[in-house]
Design a protein around this ligand. Structure first.
Ligand code: HEC
Ligand code: HEC
Length: 310
Protein backbone atom coordinates (compact mmCIF):
# COMPACT_ATOMS: atom_id res chain seq x y z
CA UNK A 1 0.00 0.00 0.00
CA UNK A 2 2.73 2.41 1.06
CA UNK A 3 4.66 1.52 -2.05
CA UNK A 4 1.62 2.23 -4.22
CA UNK A 5 1.19 5.64 -2.62
CA UNK A 6 4.86 6.48 -3.13
CA UNK A 7 4.64 5.42 -6.76
CA UNK A 8 1.49 7.46 -7.19
CA UNK A 9 3.15 10.50 -5.63
CA UNK A 10 6.17 10.02 -7.87
CA UNK A 11 3.94 9.75 -10.93
CA UNK A 12 2.12 12.95 -9.96
CA UNK A 13 5.39 14.69 -9.29
CA UNK A 14 6.81 13.59 -12.62
CA UNK A 15 3.67 14.78 -14.38
CA UNK A 16 3.87 18.14 -12.63
CA UNK A 17 7.46 18.62 -13.71
CA UNK A 18 6.61 17.68 -17.29
CA UNK A 19 3.77 20.22 -17.38
CA UNK A 20 5.90 23.03 -15.94
CA UNK A 21 8.89 22.44 -18.14
CA UNK A 22 8.27 22.29 -21.89
CA UNK A 23 9.99 19.33 -23.55
CA UNK A 24 13.46 20.46 -24.63
CA UNK A 25 13.33 18.54 -27.92
CA UNK A 26 10.46 20.79 -29.08
CA UNK A 27 11.77 24.11 -27.73
CA UNK A 28 15.43 24.07 -28.79
CA UNK A 29 17.63 26.37 -26.70
CA UNK A 30 20.79 28.15 -27.70
CA UNK A 31 23.90 26.06 -27.20
CA UNK A 32 27.20 27.41 -26.00
CA UNK A 33 29.47 26.51 -28.88
CA UNK A 34 27.06 26.03 -31.76
CA UNK A 35 28.29 24.22 -34.80
CA UNK A 36 26.86 24.11 -38.29
CA UNK A 37 28.02 21.88 -41.12
CA UNK A 38 30.42 23.73 -43.40
CA UNK A 39 30.51 26.94 -41.35
CA UNK A 40 34.31 26.83 -41.06
CA UNK A 41 34.61 27.67 -44.77
CA UNK A 42 35.94 31.18 -45.24
CA UNK A 43 35.19 31.92 -48.90
CA UNK A 44 31.89 32.42 -50.71
CA UNK A 45 29.67 29.34 -51.07
CA UNK A 46 26.70 28.41 -53.25
CA UNK A 47 23.67 26.18 -53.16
CA UNK A 48 22.30 24.02 -55.99
CA UNK A 49 20.57 25.97 -58.75
CA UNK A 50 21.50 29.43 -57.50
CA UNK A 51 23.67 31.86 -59.41
CA UNK A 52 24.48 34.00 -56.35
CA UNK A 53 27.13 33.19 -53.78
CA UNK A 54 27.56 34.33 -50.17
CA UNK A 55 30.13 33.92 -47.42
CA UNK A 56 29.04 32.37 -44.12
CA UNK A 57 29.28 35.80 -42.49
CA UNK A 58 26.70 37.02 -45.01
CA UNK A 59 24.53 33.90 -44.68
CA UNK A 60 24.30 34.39 -40.92
CA UNK A 61 23.80 38.17 -41.03
CA UNK A 62 20.37 38.42 -39.40
CA UNK A 63 20.07 42.00 -40.68
CA UNK A 64 20.71 41.08 -44.31
CA UNK A 65 20.19 37.36 -44.97
CA UNK A 66 20.80 35.68 -48.34
CA UNK A 67 18.14 35.90 -51.01
CA UNK A 68 19.24 32.93 -53.13
CA UNK A 69 16.42 33.09 -55.69
CA UNK A 70 15.29 36.73 -55.90
CA UNK A 71 13.18 36.01 -59.01
CA UNK A 72 11.07 33.42 -57.18
CA UNK A 73 9.11 35.98 -55.14
CA UNK A 74 7.70 39.48 -55.42
CA UNK A 75 10.07 42.28 -54.33
CA UNK A 76 10.27 42.05 -50.54
CA UNK A 77 9.66 44.95 -48.14
CA UNK A 78 12.77 46.33 -46.43
CA UNK A 79 11.86 44.88 -43.05
CA UNK A 80 11.80 41.36 -44.54
CA UNK A 81 15.13 41.85 -46.34
CA UNK A 82 17.09 43.92 -43.88
CA UNK A 83 15.11 44.46 -40.67
CA UNK A 84 14.67 47.86 -39.02
CA UNK A 85 16.63 49.78 -36.43
CA UNK A 86 18.94 47.71 -34.22
CA UNK A 87 16.42 45.25 -32.79
CA UNK A 88 14.04 44.26 -35.58
CA UNK A 89 15.92 41.46 -37.30
CA UNK A 90 15.12 40.74 -40.95
CA UNK A 91 12.12 38.40 -41.12
CA UNK A 92 13.73 36.58 -44.07
CA UNK A 93 16.65 35.43 -41.93
CA UNK A 94 14.60 33.01 -39.83
CA UNK A 95 11.45 32.56 -41.92
CA UNK A 96 13.54 32.42 -45.15
CA UNK A 97 12.83 34.39 -48.30
CA UNK A 98 10.36 31.62 -49.23
CA UNK A 99 8.43 32.08 -45.98
CA UNK A 100 8.77 28.35 -45.22
CA UNK A 101 11.05 28.83 -42.20
CA UNK A 102 12.91 26.17 -40.25
CA UNK A 103 11.45 23.77 -37.64
CA UNK A 104 12.89 25.97 -34.88
CA UNK A 105 11.03 29.04 -36.26
CA UNK A 106 7.80 28.78 -38.25
CA UNK A 107 6.28 28.70 -41.71
CA UNK A 108 4.53 31.96 -42.71
CA UNK A 109 3.92 31.46 -46.45
CA UNK A 110 0.25 31.72 -47.36
CA UNK A 111 -1.09 32.54 -43.88
CA UNK A 112 -3.65 35.37 -44.00
CA UNK A 113 -2.31 38.86 -43.39
CA UNK A 114 -4.88 39.30 -40.59
CA UNK A 115 -3.66 36.17 -38.84
CA UNK A 116 0.00 37.26 -39.14
CA UNK A 117 -0.82 40.72 -37.74
CA UNK A 118 -2.75 39.17 -34.84
CA UNK A 119 0.24 36.98 -33.94
CA UNK A 120 2.56 39.99 -34.08
CA UNK A 121 0.19 41.87 -31.75
CA UNK A 122 0.11 38.89 -29.36
CA UNK A 123 3.93 38.64 -29.40
CA UNK A 124 4.07 42.38 -28.71
CA UNK A 125 1.66 42.24 -25.75
CA UNK A 126 3.31 39.07 -24.43
CA UNK A 127 0.09 37.02 -24.73
CA UNK A 128 2.17 34.77 -27.00
CA UNK A 129 5.63 34.05 -25.64
CA UNK A 130 8.87 33.66 -27.56
CA UNK A 131 11.15 35.73 -25.31
CA UNK A 132 14.40 35.23 -27.21
CA UNK A 133 13.12 36.15 -30.66
CA UNK A 134 9.58 37.24 -31.57
CA UNK A 135 8.70 39.17 -28.39
CA UNK A 136 11.56 41.65 -28.89
CA UNK A 137 11.10 41.86 -32.65
CA UNK A 138 7.35 42.50 -32.42
CA UNK A 139 7.79 45.05 -29.63
CA UNK A 140 9.95 47.31 -31.80
CA UNK A 141 8.22 46.66 -35.14
CA UNK A 142 6.27 49.64 -36.54
CA UNK A 143 2.64 49.10 -37.61
CA UNK A 144 3.59 49.99 -41.19
CA UNK A 145 6.45 47.44 -41.34
CA UNK A 146 4.18 44.80 -39.77
CA UNK A 147 1.53 45.46 -42.41
CA UNK A 148 4.00 45.24 -45.28
CA UNK A 149 5.62 42.06 -44.00
CA UNK A 150 2.23 40.43 -43.35
CA UNK A 151 0.98 41.22 -46.87
CA UNK A 152 4.18 39.91 -48.45
CA UNK A 153 4.25 36.61 -46.54
CA UNK A 154 0.51 36.12 -47.11
CA UNK A 155 1.05 36.29 -50.89
CA UNK A 156 3.72 33.52 -50.92
CA UNK A 157 2.67 29.98 -51.88
CA UNK A 158 3.49 27.32 -49.27
CA UNK A 159 5.41 24.31 -50.65
CA UNK A 160 5.78 20.68 -49.49
CA UNK A 161 8.71 21.24 -47.12
CA UNK A 162 8.66 18.48 -44.53
CA UNK A 163 8.56 14.75 -45.14
CA UNK A 164 7.03 12.86 -42.20
CA UNK A 165 8.54 9.41 -41.54
CA UNK A 166 7.50 6.96 -38.82
CA UNK A 167 10.44 5.30 -37.04
CA UNK A 168 11.33 3.50 -33.80
CA UNK A 169 14.96 4.49 -34.08
CA UNK A 170 16.46 7.78 -35.32
CA UNK A 171 19.97 9.05 -36.05
CA UNK A 172 21.65 10.57 -32.98
CA UNK A 173 21.42 14.34 -33.26
CA UNK A 174 22.32 17.60 -31.57
CA UNK A 175 21.18 21.24 -31.54
CA UNK A 176 23.62 23.35 -33.55
CA UNK A 177 23.88 26.83 -34.94
CA UNK A 178 20.63 28.77 -35.20
CA UNK A 179 19.03 26.12 -32.93
CA UNK A 180 18.76 23.75 -35.87
CA UNK A 181 18.98 20.04 -35.08
CA UNK A 182 21.62 18.15 -37.05
CA UNK A 183 22.72 14.49 -37.27
CA UNK A 184 25.63 13.83 -34.88
CA UNK A 185 29.00 13.51 -36.60
CA UNK A 186 29.78 10.39 -34.49
CA UNK A 187 26.86 8.59 -36.14
CA UNK A 188 24.77 5.91 -34.44
CA UNK A 189 21.08 5.60 -33.68
CA UNK A 190 18.86 5.97 -30.63
CA UNK A 191 15.25 5.22 -29.72
CA UNK A 192 12.86 7.96 -30.79
CA UNK A 193 10.82 7.66 -27.58
CA UNK A 194 8.10 10.30 -27.19
CA UNK A 195 9.67 12.88 -29.48
CA UNK A 196 9.56 14.40 -32.93
CA UNK A 197 13.05 14.61 -34.41
CA UNK A 198 13.12 16.99 -37.35
CA UNK A 199 16.34 17.05 -39.38
CA UNK A 200 17.42 18.88 -42.53
CA UNK A 201 17.41 16.66 -45.64
CA UNK A 202 20.64 18.34 -46.68
CA UNK A 203 22.36 19.83 -43.60
CA UNK A 204 24.89 21.83 -45.57
CA UNK A 205 22.30 23.58 -47.73
CA UNK A 206 19.76 24.05 -44.94
CA UNK A 207 22.42 25.77 -42.83
CA UNK A 208 23.00 28.07 -45.82
CA UNK A 209 19.31 29.09 -45.63
CA UNK A 210 18.51 27.35 -48.90
CA UNK A 211 14.76 27.92 -49.47
CA UNK A 212 14.54 24.67 -51.49
CA UNK A 213 16.23 22.31 -49.04
CA UNK A 214 13.53 20.80 -46.83
CA UNK A 215 13.29 18.66 -43.70
CA UNK A 216 12.43 15.15 -42.56
CA UNK A 217 10.38 14.83 -39.40
CA UNK A 218 10.76 11.45 -37.70
CA UNK A 219 7.71 10.57 -35.60
CA UNK A 220 6.97 7.50 -33.43
CA UNK A 221 5.58 4.47 -35.29
CA UNK A 222 1.78 4.52 -35.43
CA UNK A 223 1.43 8.20 -34.67
CA UNK A 224 0.09 9.26 -38.08
CA UNK A 225 -2.96 6.95 -37.83
CA UNK A 226 -3.56 7.90 -34.19
CA UNK A 227 -3.32 11.57 -35.11
CA UNK A 228 -5.79 11.14 -37.96
CA UNK A 229 -8.36 9.80 -35.49
CA UNK A 230 -7.96 12.84 -33.19
CA UNK A 231 -8.08 15.32 -36.06
CA UNK A 232 -11.09 13.78 -37.82
CA UNK A 233 -13.30 12.74 -34.90
CA UNK A 234 -11.73 14.17 -31.76
CA UNK A 235 -11.03 10.59 -30.57
CA UNK A 236 -12.99 11.21 -27.35
CA UNK A 237 -10.38 13.68 -26.04
CA UNK A 238 -10.69 16.68 -28.33
CA UNK A 239 -12.91 17.99 -31.12
CA UNK A 240 -12.73 17.56 -34.88
CA UNK A 241 -10.39 20.26 -36.14
CA UNK A 242 -12.31 20.99 -39.35
CA UNK A 243 -15.15 22.57 -37.36
CA UNK A 244 -12.98 25.68 -37.11
CA UNK A 245 -10.02 25.14 -39.46
CA UNK A 246 -12.19 24.39 -42.51
CA UNK A 247 -13.16 21.18 -44.31
CA UNK A 248 -9.67 20.59 -45.76
CA UNK A 249 -7.92 22.16 -42.72
CA UNK A 250 -6.58 24.94 -44.95
CA UNK A 251 -8.01 27.70 -42.79
CA UNK A 252 -11.38 29.37 -42.17
CA UNK A 253 -12.03 32.77 -40.63
CA UNK A 254 -9.62 33.36 -37.75
CA UNK A 255 -8.37 29.76 -37.75
CA UNK A 256 -5.27 29.39 -39.97
CA UNK A 257 -4.29 26.51 -42.25
CA UNK A 258 -2.80 23.66 -40.19
CA UNK A 259 -2.26 21.30 -43.12
CA UNK A 260 1.29 20.28 -44.07
CA UNK A 261 3.17 22.42 -41.53
CA UNK A 262 6.32 21.36 -39.69
CA UNK A 263 5.28 18.77 -37.05
CA UNK A 264 7.78 20.23 -34.58
CA UNK A 265 6.24 23.69 -34.99
CA UNK A 266 2.69 22.26 -34.73
CA UNK A 267 3.54 20.36 -31.54
CA UNK A 268 5.01 23.51 -30.00
CA UNK A 269 1.82 25.45 -30.67
CA UNK A 270 -0.47 22.83 -29.13
CA UNK A 271 1.83 22.58 -26.12
CA UNK A 272 2.12 26.36 -25.80
CA UNK A 273 -1.66 26.75 -25.77
CA UNK A 274 -1.83 24.10 -23.03
CA UNK A 275 0.76 25.81 -20.81
CA UNK A 276 -0.56 29.31 -21.50
CA UNK A 277 2.58 30.40 -23.37
CA UNK A 278 0.17 31.12 -26.23
CA UNK A 279 -2.87 32.80 -24.74
CA UNK A 280 -4.13 35.55 -27.06
CA UNK A 281 -7.87 36.18 -27.37
CA UNK A 282 -8.15 33.97 -30.48
CA UNK A 283 -5.86 31.29 -29.09
CA UNK A 284 -8.41 30.94 -26.27
CA UNK A 285 -10.55 29.02 -28.78
CA UNK A 286 -7.78 26.40 -28.85
CA UNK A 287 -7.74 25.96 -25.05
CA UNK A 288 -10.60 23.38 -24.86
CA UNK A 289 -9.09 21.61 -27.90
CA UNK A 290 -5.83 20.82 -26.07
CA UNK A 291 -7.09 20.63 -22.46
CA UNK A 292 -7.24 16.80 -22.27
CA UNK A 293 -4.36 16.01 -24.62
CA UNK A 294 -1.06 14.57 -23.35
CA UNK A 295 2.28 14.92 -25.14
CA UNK A 296 1.88 11.66 -27.08
CA UNK A 297 -1.53 12.79 -28.35
CA UNK A 298 -0.07 16.11 -29.48
CA UNK A 299 2.85 14.34 -31.19
CA UNK A 300 0.34 12.15 -33.06
CA UNK A 301 -1.77 15.12 -34.15
CA UNK A 302 1.31 17.03 -35.31
CA UNK A 303 2.55 13.94 -37.21
CA UNK A 304 -0.74 13.50 -39.07
CA UNK A 305 -1.17 17.20 -39.91
CA UNK A 306 2.45 17.41 -41.06
CA UNK A 307 1.91 14.46 -43.41
CA UNK A 308 -0.85 16.29 -45.33
CA UNK A 309 -0.29 18.51 -48.37
CA UNK A 310 0.36 22.17 -47.51
C1 HEC B 1 15.70 35.44 -35.14
C2 HEC B 1 14.70 34.66 -35.80
C3 HEC B 1 13.39 35.33 -36.22
C4 HEC B 1 13.24 36.50 -36.94
C5 HEC B 1 14.31 37.43 -37.45
C6 HEC B 1 11.82 36.67 -37.12
N1 HEC B 1 11.14 35.62 -36.57
FE1 HEC B 1 9.12 35.36 -36.59
N2 HEC B 1 9.34 33.63 -35.51
C7 HEC B 1 10.53 33.15 -35.02
C8 HEC B 1 10.28 31.97 -34.23
C9 HEC B 1 11.32 31.15 -33.51
C10 HEC B 1 8.87 31.76 -34.26
C11 HEC B 1 8.11 30.60 -33.63
C12 HEC B 1 7.77 30.83 -32.20
C13 HEC B 1 6.94 29.67 -31.70
O1 HEC B 1 7.34 28.52 -31.84
O2 HEC B 1 5.84 29.92 -31.20
C14 HEC B 1 8.31 32.82 -35.06
C15 HEC B 1 6.96 32.97 -35.32
C16 HEC B 1 6.41 34.00 -36.07
C17 HEC B 1 5.00 34.14 -36.35
C18 HEC B 1 3.88 33.21 -35.93
C19 HEC B 1 3.49 32.26 -37.06
C20 HEC B 1 2.25 31.46 -36.84
O3 HEC B 1 1.96 30.57 -37.67
O4 HEC B 1 1.54 31.68 -35.86
C21 HEC B 1 4.86 35.27 -37.11
C22 HEC B 1 3.57 35.85 -37.66
C23 HEC B 1 6.19 35.84 -37.30
N3 HEC B 1 7.11 35.04 -36.65
C24 HEC B 1 6.46 36.98 -38.04
C25 HEC B 1 7.72 37.54 -38.18
C26 HEC B 1 7.97 38.79 -38.87
C27 HEC B 1 6.92 39.63 -39.58
C28 HEC B 1 9.32 39.03 -38.79
C29 HEC B 1 10.09 40.23 -39.27
C30 HEC B 1 9.67 41.51 -38.77
C31 HEC B 1 9.90 37.92 -38.04
N4 HEC B 1 8.89 37.05 -37.70
C32 HEC B 1 11.26 37.76 -37.77
C33 HEC B 1 11.79 33.65 -35.28
C34 HEC B 1 12.07 34.80 -35.99
C1 HEC C 1 -13.31 26.20 -31.75
C2 HEC C 1 -12.51 26.47 -32.92
C3 HEC C 1 -11.27 25.62 -33.11
C4 HEC C 1 -11.16 24.24 -33.09
C5 HEC C 1 -12.24 23.20 -32.87
C6 HEC C 1 -9.77 23.95 -33.39
N1 HEC C 1 -9.05 25.12 -33.57
FE1 HEC C 1 -7.06 25.30 -33.86
N2 HEC C 1 -7.20 27.33 -33.89
C7 HEC C 1 -8.37 28.04 -33.77
C8 HEC C 1 -8.09 29.46 -33.90
C9 HEC C 1 -9.09 30.59 -33.87
C10 HEC C 1 -6.69 29.57 -34.06
C11 HEC C 1 -5.86 30.87 -34.20
C12 HEC C 1 -5.40 31.27 -32.83
C13 HEC C 1 -4.63 32.57 -32.81
O1 HEC C 1 -4.98 33.49 -33.56
O2 HEC C 1 -3.66 32.66 -32.04
C14 HEC C 1 -6.16 28.22 -34.04
C15 HEC C 1 -4.81 27.91 -34.15
C16 HEC C 1 -4.32 26.62 -34.20
C17 HEC C 1 -2.92 26.29 -34.36
C18 HEC C 1 -1.75 27.27 -34.51
C19 HEC C 1 -1.38 27.40 -35.97
C20 HEC C 1 -0.14 28.23 -36.23
O3 HEC C 1 0.21 28.46 -37.41
O4 HEC C 1 0.50 28.68 -35.29
C21 HEC C 1 -2.84 24.93 -34.39
C22 HEC C 1 -1.58 24.10 -34.55
C23 HEC C 1 -4.18 24.41 -34.25
N3 HEC C 1 -5.04 25.47 -34.14
C24 HEC C 1 -4.48 23.06 -34.25
C25 HEC C 1 -5.77 22.55 -34.08
C26 HEC C 1 -6.07 21.14 -34.04
C27 HEC C 1 -5.05 20.04 -34.22
C28 HEC C 1 -7.41 21.03 -33.84
C29 HEC C 1 -8.23 19.76 -33.70
C30 HEC C 1 -7.73 18.74 -32.79
C31 HEC C 1 -7.95 22.37 -33.73
N4 HEC C 1 -6.92 23.27 -33.90
C32 HEC C 1 -9.27 22.68 -33.47
C33 HEC C 1 -9.64 27.50 -33.58
C34 HEC C 1 -9.94 26.15 -33.42
Amino acid sequence: MKKTITLLALALFAHGVAAAEPPHWAYPVVVEKPIAPGADETGAVQIPGASRSYTYAQIDDLMNPPDWFPDSHAPAPNVVKSGAGKTVLACGACHLMSGMGHPESSPLAGLSADYILRQLADFKSGARKDPTRMNGIAKDLTDEDAKQAAAWFAALKPIAWTKVVEADSVPKSFIGKGRMRFVSPEGGNEAIGSRIIELPQDPLNAARRDPRSGFTAFVPTGSIATGEKFVKSGGGKTMPCNVCHGLNLKGLGDAPSISGLSPLYLFRQLHSVLTGARSGASAALMQPVVAKLNEDDMIAIAAYLGSLAP
